[in-house]
Design a protein around this ligand. Structure first.
Ligand code: ARG
Length: 287
């Protein structure tokens, strides 16, 4: 080959390679998620397919802690209701299976998921580094503005500093409990952890056994709008991801389905509707 020809050839080859790379990259980007889901779904032999297991069982088993309106609570007809329950219904629908809700204490959910007693967790669970060591999380489905400090209307607690030396109720195993331990324990506060928030911890507050309780912002609003004896005294903590769905570690196929449902709900505006509807439904509940 003459020198000129060699250079031309090299330039041609480089162009070919570059185009090939770009096309390959695009195809990979576009098809990657579909392919990987397909491969996971199809390769039951190597990777356990969580989706196949749920489909052959014919039902999706969702773990929750139904003490946290408007995300999950037991309505006046004794049915599980709330935002997370609606999302769970959509996921079951997408999988073409029935839905079973298993209600347990919040602190028991991750262990139940790891043992395989439940397929996913929908409990307004916030992804944290510590939890990520044990489970995987879906895309978040809302963001929170911090934690609500709920007191009786008559209380004069107005700030984080006012919580020093007080009796503070939190739910066992939650990020609110962690926040209280880290920020108030050294300030002589008595942190009391409870398994269930509504109605149990609310009753404890009303009885006067605690001075305040710290919960998520959305449940704080839901509880105080409904109950004229209660108020949000202040917000503490920082804005965070609100809730995401927890799936077993490595359950890629299942996470893919969950994420696609969440994405569809958010993009279509349906998620906003679910939030509005379920908050109104909770406020309309007697009692
Ligand atoms: N978002 C908080 C957390 O992840 C509290 C969730 C409590 N949920 C419930 N269903 N009780 O720690």
């Amino acid at each position: 080959m003459s020198q000129e020809k060699t250079i031309k050839f090299q330039a041609g080859a480089a162009k070919f390679l570059a185009v090939g790379l770009v096309v390959g990259l695009l195809v990979g980007l576009l098809l990657g998620p579909y392919l990987s889901a397909y491969i996971f779904a199809a390769s039951g032999a190597h990777t356990a397919s969580y989706v196949d297991k749920i489909k052959s069982r014919g039902k999706l088993i969702v773990g929750t802690s139904a003490d946290w309106p408007p995300f999950e609570y037991i309505d006046k007809n004794g049915q599980y209701a709330g935002i997370d329950i609606e999302i769970a219904k959509r996921i079951a629908q997408k999988l073409g299976v029935q839905l079973e809700i298993k209600d347990m204490k919040f602190a028991a959910l991750i262990e139940a998921l790891k043992k395989g007693d439940i397929d996913i967790i929908l409990a307004d669970m916030t992804p944290t580094a510590e939890r990520e060591k044990e489970v995987d999380f879906s895309l978040p489905y809302y963001f929170g503005k911090g934690y609500a400090v709920i007191t009786l209307k008559t209380s004069n607690i107005k700030s984080e500093q006012d919580l020093y030396g007080k009796r503070i109720g939190v739910q066992l195993g939650t990020i609110q409990e962690e926040w209280a331990v880290n920020n108030l324990k050294g300030k002589a506060a008595d942190i009391k952890s409870y398994d269930r928030v509504y109605p149990e911890m609310v009753m404890v507050l009303k009885r006067g056994d605690i001075d305040a309780m710290i919960v998520g912002d959305k449940i704080g609003e839901a509880l105080t709008i409904k109950d004229p004896d209660l108020k949000i005294a202040t917000y503490v903590g920082v804005p965070t991801i609100g809730g995401a769905v927890a799936v077993p570690q490595g359950a890629e196929d299942l996470k893919y389905v969950v994420n696609s449902v969440i994405e569809e709900l958010i993009n279509s505006g349906e998620m906003d509707k679910i939030f509005q509807q379920e908050i109104l439904k909770w406020l309309g509940e007697a009692g």
